[in-house]
Design a binder for this molecule. Structure first.
Ligand code: SF4
Length: 333
């Protein structure tokens, strides 16, 4: 029977799932993902995680428990320290495997390999070799699995760049037809936020589909090439050493300059230290440029759907009004 490797549908899942899936499948494992976020998963996370943690980390706890209930053999939660030279990932990613191991009991074996590419890129393949050895002694097979994973990740990132949402991209990679996008939207809205916040339909209250249904086409940081994001982030007087924060700021600066963007919505998770700073940097840049309406939305476990919908509706009304004023030659008023 193949070993069952569980992957929480949270945090890094939105960045690396295609790589992990291909890697473990090639090694002969069965890959099991936790269920889509629902009230029970969130409540489980909230009741088992420390109060001080940010919402995505609490939610990830719920997904780990969901996998444990599925009786998987392993749960894969790598300890991500750095994914780029001279940069770091938010410390919550670093501490997450230890938080899980010390707060939850009766879990399957946790694969918590450390990935630290701050100094050398080859640390990544070394980390995957370490994981692969749990399933085979054949180093060539491990290398092949890793290469296949990398290839899958490249394809996934390309699909995101082309405008697919993660779940849609996963489906396309499974052989499903790519959905053609209707072009019936009169607004183009940039949504900035971590993938695990904006793409989780439950936690984001389905913001992307909701905006679509209100007549807005949505663009996110994932539709910007890496070099654009990094070039824009380089405008900061001091380089941010958080890779994900840099990504948010770079995308925000790019959207602020883009005349085709009608409005920007920045989604921040409650208790997220890095986001409180990056959100403010983007908001300042938007105010300074004075062009693009900006809405800051903070999500926490108590956020009511009705309140979010009202704020989005009011924001879009304001964006449309502003556009109509400009079209009538009345400036931004
Ligand atoms: S970046 Fe913010 S939201 Fe993401 S894990 Fe870190 S503290 Fe949580």
């Amino acid at each position: 029977m193949p070993a069952g490797v569980g992957i929480p549908r949270a945090l890094l899942y939105y960045y690396y799932y295609p790589l992990w899936k291909e890697f473990f499948k090639t090694l002969g494992c069965e890959v099991i993902i936790s269920d889509k976020t629902n009230k029970a998963i969130l409540n489980d996370g909230l009741s088992h995680c420390v109060d001080e943690a940010c919402l995505p980390v609490k939610l990830a706890f719920g997904h780990v428990l969901n996998l444990a209930a599925k009786k998987v053999d392993y749960i894969f939660i790598p300890r991500l320290v750095s994914v780029a030279k001279g940069e770091y990932i938010c410390p919550k990613f670093l501490g997450f495997p230890d938080m899980v191991k010390h707060s939850l009991t009766g879990l399957p074996e946790i694969i918590d390999v450390t990935i630290n590419m701050r100094l050398k890129h080859r640390e990544l393949s070394k980390a995957y070799t370490q994981v692969g050895k749990l399933f085979t002694g054949n180093r060539v097979k491990i290398w092949q699995a890793y290469r296949r994973g990398e290839k899958a990740l490249k394809r996934y990132n390309q699909l995101l760049l082309e405008g697919c949402l993660p779940e849609e991209a996963f489906a396309v990679m499974e052989g499903k037809q790519k959905q053609s996008k209707l072009n019936s939207h009169d607004l183009k809205i940039a949504v900035i936020g971590h993938p695990y916040n904006i793409y989780d339909p439950y936690i984001s209250m389905n913001i992307i589909k909701r905006l679509n249904s209100m007549g807005a086409r949505v663009v996110t940081a994932d539709q910007l090439p890496e070099e654009v994001v990094r070039r824009e982030a380089a405008n900061l007087p001091k380089k941010l050493f958080w890779t994900l924060g840099q990504r948010m700021v770079g995308a925000g600066y790019s959207f602020v300059k883009d005349n085709n963007i009608d409005g920007i919505i920045n989604i921040v998770a409650f208790a997220c230290g890095p986001d409180s700073m990056t959100g403010e940097l983007i908001a300042r840049s938007s105010r300074k440029a004075g062009q693009t309406p900006f809405l800051n939305l903070t999500l926490d476990e108590h956020t009511g759907e009705a309140g979010v919908v009202t704020r989005i509706e009011a924001f879009l009304d304001m964006v449309r009004w502003k556009k109509s004023q400009q079209a009538a030659g009345l400036g931004s008023a």
